[in-house]
Design a protein around this ligand. Structure first.
Ligand code: PMP
Length: 375
């Protein structure tokens, strides 16, 4: 081969077209990095920007993690033990349950199974970013039907879009608004023949029963749940889905065999032995959400949306969202700001412990004084 015949691999031209236009996913920023940037002690940060659980894992999880387990062996690819335990926990047949490395992985697996290049998926923004991200990753057409200004659905437009879609992704409660999907809309979407994925990452904090039992017997409905919020083990990456056994079998066929690590599996099993503790904590968190909502509204410049989740989305009426986020960061309170046109005057933050929340309230008051002077 002569030098002129030699060709060289070029990642840019070889890239799949769908990836060229992929907007990167904006995840939660790294605590240590932000703390260093704002000159605060990472150990004293009140971290409310990832909708995590301020209490951490259940006591039995900490015990199991301390005891150790056979990390030199692969976990069970068919997740039998965990699916059995989840079946019992949810009151469904284990054949209708499957586990992923976070519910994030299950979202991606649903695309792998059902959404081909050019297929349509429907979302309703503002919403969780992974549906659009995975949609673009798979070359799907992502049709967004924005929520109304009060964060309710534009029902007519939404159903019209669903009618020509392969799949519809709705978190209930929604992230970041905190609102539940209306029950009547669920039936209407199912009647379009699209796959309806109801993402119940925050359902344990809501005044609403999970749709898990219904999903086990209804092929058009998939319910996603997670151990990241209620379970307090976001860092271990484990979530699950409830759906018709036929879809579970397809996922078992198409997933990476050892998608859930053994530490996550052991922690999830231990979590399911400590349900009462976690339910009590969820109850405290939901109560704190309501207390904080009232207290913040009383400040006069913060308007929290009604929320059924472990967080509040707040409109700030006197300042902009980024300035409030930055001023809170300087005080060691980390909240989430979204740089999108509809959320520029908003921040979102999850609940800390009651003591932390009281400190957060004081931080908000101090922020208002600072920003007022700077005006
Ligand atoms: N769904 C929603 C609505 C979420 O807000 C999140 C986490 N931010 C997830 C899914 C991801 O959960 P997991 O940690 O199980 O991947």
């Amino acid at each position: 081969m002569t030098a002129s015949q030699r060709r060289r691999f070029d990642p840019e031209t070889a890239l799949r077209p769908a990836i060229h236009a992929l907007p990167g996913y904006q995840g939660v920023e790294d605590l240590a990095t932000v703390a260093a940037e704002y000159g605060v002690d990472p150990a004293s940060v009140i971290k409310l920007d990832g909708n995590e659980n301020p209490y951490g894992p259940a006591p039995k999880v900490l015990e199991v993690l301390r005891q150790g387990f056979p990390v030199h062996q692969y976990p069970d690819a068919e997740q039998r033990k965990l699916r059995r335990a989840l079946g019992l926990h949810l009151g469904v047949d284990p054949a209708s349950v499957v586990v992923g490395a976070g519910s994030d992985e299950l979202i991606e697996l649903l695309f792998r199974l059902f959404v081909d290049t050019g297929d349509r998926i429907v979302t309703a923004s503002p919403t969780f970013g992974m549906y659009g991200f995975d949609g673009h990753l798979h070359g799907a057409e992502v049709v967004d039907v924005p929520l109304n200004d009060d964060w309710s659905f534009d029902t007519e437009a939404f159903l019209a879009a669903a009618a020509s879609a392969r799949a519809v992704f709705i978190p209930s409660p929604n992230n970041p608004t905190g609102a539940l999907m209306p029950e009547s809309l669920i039936d209407q979407v199912l009647a379009t023949g699209a796959l309806l994925v109801v993402d119940e990452a925050y359902i344990e904090f809501a005044h609403r029963e999970s749709l898990a039992k219904r999903a086990a017997g209804e092929p058009g409905l998939v319910v996603l749940r997670t151990f990241s919020k209620w379970g307090g083990i976001a860092g271990l990456r484990i979530g699950y889905g409830v759906m018709a056994p036929a879809i579970v079998n397809l996922i078992l066929r198409a997933k990476q065999p050892y998608n859930v690590g053994i530490a996550a599996e052991m922690a999830a099993l231990a979590t399911l032995e400590d349900v009462a503790v976690l339910d009590d904590r969820a109850c405290v968190i939901a109560g704190e959400r309501d207390r904080m909502g009232k207290a913040l509204r009383a400040l006069g410049w913060i308007e929290p949306s009604p929320s059924e989740a472990n967080f509040l989305l707040c409109r700030v009426t006197r300042f902009n969202g980024r300035d409030v986020r930055d001023a809170l960061r300087r005080r060691g309170v980390f909240v989430r700001y979204f740089d999108t046109p509809r959320l520029r005057d908003h921040i979102r933050f999850s609940m800390g412990t009651p003591d932390q929340n009281t400190q957060v309230l004081a931080a908000f008051e101090s922020v208002a004084r600072e920003l007022e002077v700077a005006k």
